[in-house]
Design a protein around this ligand. Sequence first.
Ligand SMILES: [Zn+2]
Ligand SMILES: [Zn+2]
Length: 259
Amino acid sequence: MIDGHIHIERGPYTLDWINQFVSKAVEMEIDEIRLLEHCYRFEEFVPMYDSVCAYSEYVDAWFHRNAGVHKLADYLELIEQVRNVQFPVEIRFGLEICYFQEFEGFTSELTRDKGFDFLLGSIHFVDDFAFDHKAEHWAGLDVDKIYRRYFEDSISLAKSGIFDGIGHPDAIKLFGHKPSYSLSDYYESLANELSKNNMYADQNSGVARRCPKTASLGMNEELIRILKKNHVKIITSSDAHCPEDVGYKIKELNNRYHQ
Ligand SMILES: [Zn+2]
Ligand SMILES: [Zn+2]
């Protein structure tokens, strides 16, 4: 079993910290962990967020508490260090990158040939709106339009050629908002582009862990069916932000896929 999406952001860049993720993985019978950082943790990516910070005072304050705390070189040094040590599980390192269409060139410039094992592209902002922070931020917004823009952006992300996978492809559902129209056509287009670009979909238990009342576990069933039909690879993940959450519901996610 794979846990394909684990954030190391709450600890120092040390082997000791990495070992805590490994221990939990062994306990959860996980064979491979894919460790990553949000790209905004690195000062090189900070300029990508000017417009989302300008859009919301809340996001601006959140961003300045969390962003730009490392340099990419520090992370690459940790990766090198870990690669020189034997662990009882396979470890891969990558980045979870917020996708903004206007920053495709910027993103590929910063990440190309850096030695990452994988790059995961995720939509966390829809037209500058940080949709996954608080349900009350959705008040008064046009849910149909947000869904439409979310999936249009997801399809552009897949077409961009920058990423190996797409993070939590239907996380937009996390607070229980639903569009008035069917998403089938978007699912089909997304699956088609993922397949064409040889990308995987991140089958993620983190959304349901955060929002158990409003979000079902992993991806929507119709979306899974359409991804399978298009031969898109699916990689299970916890989206853990601490060692304790490594492997969270990975077994259940695997069972769902094989149903
Ligand atoms: Zn994410
Ligand atoms: Zn994540």
